[in-house]
Design a protein around this ligand. Structure first.
Ligand code: DAH
Length: 450
């Protein structure tokens, strides 16, 4: 079974070579039926299912109203600017509704608390030299998101399966590296960029299509490394490692760490930092010495630089003991009231966990099927009530047709779900899969409700 092979590669290593070699052939080469906005949009309740179930679903508390105009980084953005009924747009309503939340700018939210703790480290160690940006608009051009940081033209991260496209030239940034080149061009030499980033993804307790990253960049001048007797690249690599080891100790205390050589399109050499925490090696961040071409294009021919990017949720889940990534988005006071400004690492006390409700479904997949598309449909129908979508069986018959069985775990973090409402949701999920992905159940409908 190929369960989770994408989970372990494409998602965590979006920009790494391993993702390309394993996944590109299956994902990137897909024909583009999923590019069709209409196909994707059906699940935002424009499909004709019975009006009674439609009303019931919309009246549930978990479906938050979508605000129609946002202001992001001083730019006014209407829903029509992001979600369009156009074949080249794959942004669903649910994603638009996340654009204005800005969890990283709230001092009492775990993501904001962690951001501030990282700021403190840089302020203390570099006497406030790092410029900080946390309000840059997440809508960026493909040039900024990919070309400017040397992401190859055929890289998996450019696919419609992985990235939210507003139109062929505009995306919701999939990493904060999208701002590196512009800030370098503007003359910044020490900076941190924090923001929400967007990736089409599968569903489980540690993956959500919106999360937060912090990017750091430091530029060196010849005078910085010449006296050391080292070449610029070795000097920057050494400085980078020292800086990030210090950051890890600032956040986690006296932990064991290790460096792993890796690949990113934007750095060479490239590294990952892992720390040994709670009996596991945890990948903390990616980093490296910036490719000379990026600096050159930004008018910095004689310089050397380092850069890093870290995922805030992943660290916050460990530091605060938050068991499910959906909780970051919760407005439930039982969650929000547990965190205070400046208090890093206060352990989250889980409130009662409501029982899960499992639904299995099997279908013959077609050649354009991807798990990300499946998950987008499920999330479009059930929102944050979906805890996990897991491939549990996969078989190919003699004719070469492949049937897959997925288990959807539904669970609310706020209330008990009734069997009746989940059955209704599941019917809509199946209708949407049929309509949008053109996949249908392998077995008669009665057997789907296990
Ligand atoms: N942009 C990378 C990602 O999202 C993270 C990253 C790695 C950022 C290395 C960097 C870097 O600036 O140097 O996976």
């Amino acid at each position: 079974m190929l369960i989770r092979f994408r989970g372990a590669t494409a998602r965590h290593h979006h920009f790494m070579a391993v993702a390309i070699s394993l996944v590109q052939s299956t994902l990137f080469s897909k024909p583009s039926i999923f590019l069709h906005r209409n196909a994707l949009n059906g699940y935002s309740f424009s499909i004709p299912f019975s009006s009674s179930s439609a009303q019931k679903i919309q009246s549930h508390k978990w479906r938050q109203p979508v605000v129609s105009v946002l202001e992001l980084g001083g730019v006014k953005i209407g829903k029509d600017d992001v979600v369009r009924d156009d074949p080249t747009n794959n942004v669903p309503d649910a994603i638009f509704s996340k654009l204005g939340r800005q969890l990283h700018r709230r001092d009492q939210h775990p993501i904001g608390i962690l951001k501030n703790a990282i700021y403190d480290y840089f302020d203390a160690n570099y006497s406030n030299k790092f410029d900080k940006f946390d309000d840059l608009c997440p809508i960026v051009s493909t040039k900024e998101n990919f070309d400017d940081v040397l992401v190859p033209p055929d890289h998996i991260s450019r696919s419609y399966n992985d990235t939210y496209y507003i139109d062929p030239q505009t995306v919701l940034r999939c990493h904060t590296s999208a701002h590196q080149a512009e800030l370098l061009r503007r003359g910044h030499t020490h900076f941190l960029v924090t923001g929400d980033v967007y990736r089409r993804d599968s569903i489980d307790s540690t993956h959500y299509p919106v999360f937060h990253q912090m990017e750091g960049v430091r530029v060196f001048f010849p005078g910085d490394w010449e006296a050391s007797g080292m070449d610029g690249t070795s000097y920057a690599a050494e400085d980078l490692k020292k800086c990030l080891e210090g950051l890890a100790r600032h956040l986690f205390g006296d932990v064991e760490m290790r460096w792993i050589d890796t690949y990113f399109p934007f750095t060479n050499p490239s590294f990952e930092l892992e720390i040994y925490f709670q009996e596991k090696w945890l990948e903390v961040l990616g980093c490296g010495v910036t490719e000379q071409e990026i600096l050159k294009k930004s008018g910095k021919t004689d310089n050397v630089a380092w850069a890093f990017g870290l995922g805030l949720e992943r660290l916050a889940m460990v530091l605060f003991g938050i068991p499910d990534i959906r909780l970051f988005w919760s407005t439930d006071e039982r969650f929000t009231s547990q965190f205070s400004k400046g208090e890093l690492g206060v352990k989250f006390k889980p409130y009662s966990k409501y029982p899960p409700c499992y639904k299995d479904m099997s279908f013959w997949i077609n050649e354009s099927f991807t798990e990300n598309n499946l998950c987008e449909v499920v999330r479009g129908v059930a929102g944050d009530l979906v805890e996990e979508v897991q491939l549990i069986d996969d078989f190919t018959n003699k004719k070469g047709m492949t049937s897959q069985c997925y288990r959807i775990t539904y669970r609310s973090m706020e209330r008990s779900l009734t069997d009746e409402e989940i059955n209704e949701l599941q019917v809509i999920v199946l209708e949407c899969l049929n309509r949008n992905l053109k996949i249908g159940p392998t077995f008669p409908k009665e057997n789907l409700f296990s």
